[in-house]
Write a protein that binds this ligand. Structure first.
Ligand code: BV8
Length: 229
C-alpha cells in the first residue's frame, strides 16, 4: 500500500457546520486576524481573543464528523502507519470519526497552554474567566493554537512524512497560509503524486498533478473507495 499524507483544512469541516475562514460569513468575518489570531493581539486584548476561541470551543459540542472525516478514519483502519493526517483545523472531528494518526499543526481548541509552566491541559470549557492552570495554579492559560507569526507544531514529523510520501492529498484548504500551502511543492519534489480535493480551485491548484472539485463529503469517500479497490 502507498504511504499517504493527507493535509486537511477548514473545508473538510464545512459540511459539519463549522464555518471556514475565507468563505462568505467565514470565521474571519467581523474579526481582524491581527486582533484574534496573533500573539500581539492576545497581548493587547486577551478578552477579545478568549471570547473568539471560547465561542468556537462551545460550538464544537454542537457539530458531528461528516462522511469525509469517516472515510479518512476507514482509510487509517486499512493503511495503518502508512497514513498520516496533517490538519490545519483546531477542531476534534477527525478524532471523533475514529482517526488516531492525526497531527494538529495549528493546535487544538480542546487544549489549553499555560504561559506559567509551559504545560498543556485538556480543556473543554471557557478560558475567558481566567481559570487557574491545573498543573501550576497560575492564571496564565492561553488557547493552545498556533497564531500568525508563531511556528507550527511538529514541523519535523511533517517534513519526514512528506519526504517519504508516495501520495500527497490536500482536502478543503485554500492554500493561503504557509507553511501548509507549500507542502504540495515539497512533497512533489520528494517524488510524491499530488491530488487536490476542494470545493473550487484554490491558490495552489496549479501545483497539483490532479485536482477534483466538489464537496469533501462526496469527493473524499469516492477517492478512498478508489484507493482501497
Ligand atoms: C510561520 C490557528 C514561520 C488559529 C491558523 C507572506 C508570504 C508567505 C507567508 C507569510 C507571509 N507573511 C506571513 C507569512 C506567514 C503566515 C502566512 O502564511 N500568512 C498568510 C496569511 C500570507 N504564516 C504564519 O504565520 C505561520 N507561521 O510561518 O512561522 C515558520 C514557517 C515554517 C517553519 C517554521 C516556522 C502560522 C500560520 C498559522 C496561523 N493559525 N489557525 C485558528 O484556527 O484560529 S491559520 C488558519 O487559517 C487555519 O488553521 C488555516 O491554516 C487557515 C485557513 O485556511 P483553510 O483551512 O484553507 O480555510 P479557508 O477558509 O481559507 O479555505 C477553505 C477552503 O475549503 C476553500 O478553498 C473552500 O473553497 C473550500 N471548501 C469550503 N467548503 C468545502 C470546501 N472544500 C470541500 N468541501 C467543502 N464542503
Amino acid at each position: 500500500m502507498p504511504r499517504v499524507v493527507v493535509l486537511t483544512g477548514a473545508g473538510i469541516s464545512a459540511e459539519s457546520g463549522i464555518p471556514t475562514f475565507r468563505d462568505a460569513d467565514g470565521l474571519w468575518e467581523g474579526h481582524r486576524v491581527e486582533d484574534v489570531a496573533t500573539p500581539e493581539g492576545f497581548e493587547r486584548s486577551p478578552m477579545v481573543v478568549h471570547r473568539f476561541y471560547d465561542a468556537r470551543r462551545a460550538a464544537l459540542a454542537e457539530v458531528e464528523p461528516n462522511p469525509a472525516h469517516h472515510a479518512l478514519a476507514e482509510l487509517e483502519r486499512r493503511l495503518g502507519d502508512d497514513l498520516l493526517v496533517v490538519t490545519q483545523n483546531i477542531d476534534d472531528l477527525h478524532e471523533r470519526a475514529g482517526s488516531t494518526r492525526v497531527l494538529h499543526m495549528h493546535g487544538e481548541l480542546l487544549s489549553a497552554l499555560c504561559l506559567g509552566c509551559g504545560r498543556r491541559s485538556r480543556w473543554t470549557h471557557d478560558l475567558g474567566d481566567l481559570p487557574p492552570c491545573p498543573r501550576c495554579g497560575s492564571c496564565e492559560l492561553r488557547p493552545d493554537v498556533v497564531w500568525f507569526g508563531e511556528i507550527p507544531y511538529q514541523m519535523d514529523r511533517i517534513q519526514d512524512a512528506l519526504e517519504s510520501a508516495d501520495l500527497f492529498v490536500s482536502v478543503g484548504t485554500s492554500g493561503a497560509v504557509y507553511p501548509a500551502a507549500g507542502f504540495v511543492q515539497y512533497a512533489a519534489r520528494c517524488g510524491a503524486r499530488t491530488l487536490e480535493l476542494n470545493l473550487v480551485p484554490s491558490a495552489g491548484t496549479s501545483m497539483f498533478h490532479e485536482s477534483r472539485h466538489g464537496a469533501a463529503g462526496v469527493l473524499v469517500p469516492e477517492w478512498v473507495a478508489e484507493l482501497l479497490r
